[in-house]
Design a protein. Structure first.
Length: 138
């Protein structure tokens, strides 16, 4: 308050600028902007992805890296290929089942509310409401 001009003829815009400057300086000092990198093993993209599925994705990716770094003439190459294929099939089936059970539980939870049920259905169909703007001239 001591920095503000408290006279009767004071310019309110100047006082506002001083207050705004103090707020932004303290905001920058005490609440710095932090850059957060997206990590696919830490952040869930979808609500049906569980910690177990993320661990399975991580092991599948490790297996894929090992498969890609192994030369084709190596005797262990065919077993790595088979292991990767089976891991992919199991993981895909697990994700499909988790997604199906998530939406089944969500629909059951909103069974008596038709608006929320339609929100879930539109989320499944991934349909976005498009608002067409009227043309400015004909």
């Amino acid at each position: 308050m001591s920095q503000l001009d408290q006279s009767v003829n004071a310019d309110p815009n100047a006082n506002y600028n001083k207050v705004e400057r103090n707020i932004t300086n303290s905001n920058d000092k005490h609440l710095p902007v932090k850059k957060v990198r997206f990590r696919k093993y830490k952040h869930k993209l979808n609500p049906w992805i569980s910690a177990g599925i993320i661990r399975s994705i991580k092991t599948r990716d490790k297996l894929f890296r090992k498969y890609k770094s192994t030369p084709e003439n190596d005797p262990g190459y065919p077993t790595l290929e088979i292991n990767l294929e089976t891991k992919n099939k199991i993981l895909d089936k697990c994700i499909r089942n988790a997604k199906m059970s998530y939406y089944h539980n969500t629909c059951n939870r909103h069974q008596n509310n038709s608006k929320k049920t339609w929100d879930v259905i539109n989320g499944i169909l991934n349909s976005n409401k498009k608002k067409d703007n009227f043309p400015i001239f004909l």
